[in-house]
Design a binder for this molecule. Structure first.
Ligand code: SF4
Ligand code: SF4
Length: 265
């Protein structure tokens, strides 16, 4: 889907020079393509021309405008879903002399290999169930042999509605760029931004990696300690058996049988 700028734009102008496709224009300024001028798409704030936006596919692994926007108003347009292949094709048309190769930068790859365009409102109702409290950050016991930690995609992300302040949560797998979330209390919509998705994903993945590493270290340490304990116990048992054997051989009770039956060993 093309990126769009919302009405909350503060006209700082930081995004415009970052666009590799000159798809961003100041409000009220005509946009150009193939030498033709076209009416401005917005009067008051900066805007993006969908026909020129590739979501930076072919150039960067994230939307350059979203990366610099200080107020986070460069967001995926849920009304224009497009695949990575469509966006790459647009990049080729806009830059006919450029060879993008097969290893071109793309925010789809950065997000984990997603190549299909998200639906216009993929998580709206599925994500709308209110939750009393997020379970993602709940402490996890290292009691069993398995790593009892939620997968990143199934992590509950707590959200506060910007309109009514109600708290609800969605699974991280629903917090995709451009997904439209709907508050279960007041039905206000919220479009997930790429930067929010990336930042939350990074926090979760980093924590998951640290947690997994710490758990593995703990498990290996415990196994080592158990092995050492068993070795000590075995050696001590053999020593005790040997002492008992020596004692029984040194003491011959009257009428003792010629052949002894060992208790141990
Ligand atoms: S996402 Fe990339 S191509 Fe689209 S307007 Fe922003 S900077 Fe330009
Ligand atoms: S960087 Fe953000 S706030 Fe600044 S002009 Fe671009 S969209 Fe508007």
């Amino acid at each position: 889907m093309a990126t769009m700028i919302t009405e909350e734009c503060i006209n700082c102008g930081a995004c415009e020079p970052e666009c590799p496709n000159t798809a961003i224009y100041q409000g009220g300024v005509e946009w150009e393509m193939d030498g033709a001028k076209n009416p401005a798409l917005a009067a008051e704030v900066f805007y993006i021309v969908p026909e020129k936006c590739t979501e930076c596919v072919g150039f960067f692994d994230q939307e350059a405008c979203a990366a610099v926007c200080p107020v986070d108003v460069c967001i995926p347009n849920p009304d224009i879903p497009e695949t990575e292949a469509q966006l790459l094709e647009r990049a080729k048309q806009l830059h006919p002399g450029t060879d993008f190769g097969s290893d071109f930068p793309s925010r789809f790859r950065e997000e984990g290999g997603e190549t299909a365009a998200p639906a216009a409102a993929p998580a709206a109702d599925a994500a709308a169930a209110p939750a009393a409290a997020p379970v993602a950050a709940a402490p996890v016991a290292v009691a069993g042999p398995a790593l009892n930690l939620p997968a990143v995609d199934t992590w509950d992300i707590p959200l506060d509605c910007h309109a009514c302040g109600g708290s609800y949560s969605v699974l991280f797998q629903h917090l995709r760029s451009g997904a439209v979330l709907r508050c279960p209390y007041c039905k206000s919509q919220y479009i997930v931004t790429t930067s929010l998705h990336n930042q939350v994903g990074k926090v979760l993945r980093d924590f998951h990696a640290r947690w997994t590493e710490a758990f593995e270290e703990l498990r290996e340490r415990r196994q080592r300690e158990l092995d050492e304990f068993e070795a000590r116990q075995k050696a001590e048992l053999e020593e005790v058996n040997e002492r008992v054997r020596s004692l029984s051989e040194s003491v011959l009770a009257p009428g003792a049988p010629k052949k002894r039956a060992w208790i141990f060993g």
